[in-house]
Design a protein around this ligand. Structure first.
Ligand SMILES: [Zn+2]
Length: 451
């Protein structure tokens, strides 16, 4: 008793504090620093995080868990020993999962293995070759342009060894076993917006859900290494998949762009209808776009054949036709705490909680009435001369309260915010005219079979 109350008193770190503490770790897919970050995050949910482990080589549907990768040393020198690039100065100077290499190489051979950012001259790019088995270093365009000697010395000391891929799972049990998944990836060494920002927002949302009243749905936050982490988890928890009614991938939530809500592979799903219409009522700057048109992440694994969980994604990214899509510092050494703010993270957290609130409230509106409601008699009539729009809306919503439409279905059909529909159904519910149901409950009279 004393222990649990003191645990409750323990001050948790803020999202920004966690980012400042963890961002510079070398969080490669299977690595010591990835594990450090995950265990640190687990402390923030007071023993509620379960950590799943998948050993190197473990089959995960068509994939296998990769080796643990460690870089002991990596640098580039002139032949007279002048060090030009050194991973000790920044973790991104080596390609993630680079094979070891040591030798004298010609300038030409070096340039084939030396990666720079396509448009940021002073940034070191994030390059990964998880499954290609190649060596490589990364640097700035500025440094590459100074390379004028015939030959250079390259040293890359890395090791591949059996390890454990780790997935953190926080479950918030609901009344129902039907669940909703929140997913963010913790991999990506020394970067912030992609996707430590999504991880800390997800964790804060989980903490808010744990502190609140028991929800209807069960919620499941998954913190994992991108792609392989999702495949490992799903392939080892297949029994959970039929109960996953929807999901939301969280990424890039700290920078200044407006929220982009990307639909799932099943745009007609309740998750899609509910979240896209709820966004309209929560964030007028936000926009929605179809599956795979904003940005691709772990939601692909949930939406894929044989899984088909309708998972949307929320991120702050520029429009796809922008030259700096998804944001200027993407996959580079400039993706640091300097490009994000506590205010943006907080706004994203509130938005996600608002979307989940709509998801909780999304039910079938079942009519207790027949015919058109005598609105004046119930004190709900809207004068069309004073408010023609409100008058029309009221009738459009009422005629869809038939036990076959959810609130999200109605909002979707009328192209209005979820909350606007909910306001009307709430009034009708208070008047005893409408009841809510988690299941469809058609009130059409049965027709005689025609002979
Ligand atoms: Zn990324």
């Amino acid at each position: 008793m004393g222990q649990s109350s003191s645990a409750r008193l323990k001050r948790m770190s803020s999202m920004i504090e966690l980012i400042n503490e963890l961002w510079y770790l070398k969080r490669d897919l299977v690595s010591d620093d990835y594990d450090r970050a995950l265990y640190r995050l687990a402390q923030e949910v007071d023993g509620r995080m379960r950590i799943h482990e998948y050993p190197t080589g473990e089959p995960c549907w068509t994939w296998r868990v990769p080796e643990k990768w460690t870089c002991q040393e990596a640098y580039l020198e002139t032949l007279d020993g002048r060090r030009l690039i050194d991973v000790a100065n920044h973790p991104l100077h080596v390609v993630s999962y680079s094979i070891p290499f040591e030798g004298i190489v010609s300038r030409q051979a070096l340039l084939e293995h030396l990666h720079v950012h396509p448009h940021l001259r002073q940034a070191i790019p994030f390059v990964f070759k998880y499954y290609q088995r190649d060596w490589g270093l990364c640097t700035t365009q500025e440094l590459r342009e100074t390379l004028s000697e015939q030959n250079y010395r390259v040293v890359i000391r890395t090791s591949f060894e059996p390890g454990l891929l780790k997935v953190g799972e926080v479950v918030i049990p609901g009344e129902s076993e039907e669940s909703f998944a929140l997913v963010a990836h913790l991999c990506h060494p020394a970067m912030v917006n992609d996707d430590l920002s999504g991880v800390v927002v997800g964790l804060e949302v989980a903490r808010a859900l744990l502190a609140g009243a028991k929800p209807h749905y069960t919620y499941r936050l998954l913190i994992l290494p991108e792609t392989i982490g999702s495949v490992a988890y799903l392939s080892h928890n297949e029994a959970l998949i039929p109960n996953m009614a929807g999901g939301l991938f969280l990424e890039m939530l700290g920078n200044d762009s407006p929220h982009a809500l990307q639909g799932s592979f099943q745009p007609g799903s309740q998750a899609d209808r509910c979240l896209t219409t709820a966004l309209r009522g929560l964030d007028t700057q936000g926009y929605t776009a179809p599956y795979r048109t904003v940005i691709n992440n772990d939601e692909r694994q949930f939406n894929a054949p044989g899984v088909r969980v309708p998972m949307l994604s929320i991120s702050r990214v520029e429009r796809r036709d922008s030259p700096t899509w998804p944001y200027p510092e993407y996959h580079s050494s400039l993706d640091t705490p300097a490009i994000i703010s506590a205010e943006r993270l907080e706004a994203s957290k509130q938005l996600v909680l608002g979307l989940l609130q709509a998801w909780e409230n999304n039910q079938y509106a079942v009519n207790n009435f027949k015919g058109e409601i005598f609105c004046s008699g119930y004190g709900i009539w809207v004068d069309y001369r004073l408010n023609p729009e409100g008058h029309r809306r009221l009738f459009e919503i009422m005629e869809r309260c038939d036990g076959e439409h959810t609130i999200a279905d109605i909002a979707s059909e009328l192209e209005i915010p979820f909350q606007a529909v909910q306001e009307i159904t709430h009034t009708l519910n208070e008047k005893g005219l409408v009841r809510y149901s988690r299941e469809p409950h058609s009130t059409r009279p049965a027709r005689m079979q025609s002979k």
